[in-house]
Write a protein that binds this ligand. Structure first.
Ligand code: PLP
Length: 252
C-alpha cells in the first residue's frame, strides 16, 4: 500500500485501527455463529464521530466500507479527504433541516428519520438526486427520554408513510438500545425493533417490502443485537479504541 493511502496517520496508528477492525469482525463472526446466522448477514458500520479523516481512511483501507457520522458537518468536513476511497456513509445522528442538502451530497442513507415532517423535507430535495436517498426510521425502543426516535407504538404507521414518499427508499429501522448492563432488558429493546420491522415488511405497504435492515448494536452490546436480528452494527470504540474526551482523558 502506498504511503499516501494512509495520509498523515502514523503507520502504527493505522495498524492499530486495522487490528481493531479485525477484532470487531471476529466478534461479529462469533456472534453470528452463536445466533445461527451467516456472518454475511451483518454489516459493520464504523461510527466515526470525533475521529480524524486519517483514522477513518486507515479503517477504510483496512476494509471498512460503511461509515456513520452523527453530525452532517463532520461528514461534509471529512468527505473530500475520503472521496477517493470506495465507501458509503450513513447519517446516524439527528438531522436538522438546514443540513439536508449536505446530507444528500455526502450520505447514501439517513438512519434517523423520526418524524413525517423530516421525511417530507428530505423527499422534497431528494427527488433531484439520481436514485433518491435511503432512509431508516429511528425508533426509541428504550423509552429513555433523552433518546431520539419515534415511539414504538407510532413507528409502523410512520414507516409506511415514509415508504410511500417519492425520492426516499425505506431501507429499515434504527435504534440506540437501552443503556443498561441488564442483558435481557437490552435484548427486549432490540426485539421490539425487529417486531416493528417484521410488521412493516409484512404489511405490503407500497415501498415497505425492502425495509429489511435493522441498524442496532454498538461496541458494548453487539452480541445481543446480532442475537436479536441486527443487520448493521454501529461500532466506534471497538475499532478505534476509547474516544478522546475534551479534557484530554480517555472515555467512551
Ligand atoms: C457513537 C455511536 C455509536 C458507536 O458507539 P460505540 O460504543 O463507540 O461503539 C453507535 N451509534 C451511534 C448513534 C453513536 O452515536
Amino acid at each position: 500500500m502506498a504511503g499516501r493511502a494512509v495520509g498523515p496517520m502514523a503507520g502504527r496508528d493505522a495498524a492499530r485501527i486495522g487490528e481493531g477492525l479485525a477484532r470487531a469482525r471476529d466478534r461479529i463472526a462469533v456472534a453470528c455463529q452463536a445466533a445461527g446466522r451467516p456472518a454475511s448477514d451483518v454489516r459493520l458500520l464504523l461510527a466515526a464521530k470525533e475521529q480524524s479523516a486519517g483514522a477513518i481512511r486507515a479503517a477504510i483501507v483496512a476494509g471498512a466500507c460503511l461509515i456513520g457520522e452523527n453530525r452532517v458537518q463532520e461528514l461534509a468536513a471529512k468527505g473530500p479527504a475520503l472521496a477517493d476511497l470506495p465507501h458509503r456513509a450513513h447519517v446516524i445522528g439527528p438531522l436538522q433541516s438546514n443540513k439536508i442538502n449536505a446530507a444528500l451530497r455526502w450520505a447514501s442513507c439517513v438512519e434517523t428519520v423520526d418524524t413525517l415532517r423530516l421525511a417530507e423535507r428530505l423527499a422534497a430535495r431528494a427527488g433531484a438526486r439520481p436514485g433518491g436517498i435511503g432512509v431508516m426510521v429511528q425508533v426509541n425502543t428504550s423509552g429513555e427520554p433523552t433518546k431520539s426516535g419515534v415511539e414504538p407504538a407510532a413507528a409502523a404507521d410512520l414507516a409506511c408513510r415514509v415508504a410511500g414518499l417519492p425520492g426516499l427508499r425505506l431501507e429499515g429501522f434504527m435504534t440506540v438500545g437501552l443503556n443498561s448492563d441488564r442483558a435481557a432488558a437490552v435484548a427486549r429493546s432490540y426485539a421490539a425493533l425487529r417486531e416493528i420491522r417484521d410488521a412493516v415488511v409484512a404489511s405490503g405497504a407500497p415501498g415497505a417490502t425492502g425495509a429489511v435492515d435493522l441498524s442496532m448494536g454498538m461496541s458494548g452490546d453487539l452480541e445481543i443485537a446480532i442475537a436479536e436480528g441486527a443487520t448493521i452494527v454501529r461500532l466506534g470504540t471497538a475499532v478505534f479504541g476509547p474516544r478522546p474526551r475534551r479534557d484530554g482523558t480517555l472515555g467512551r
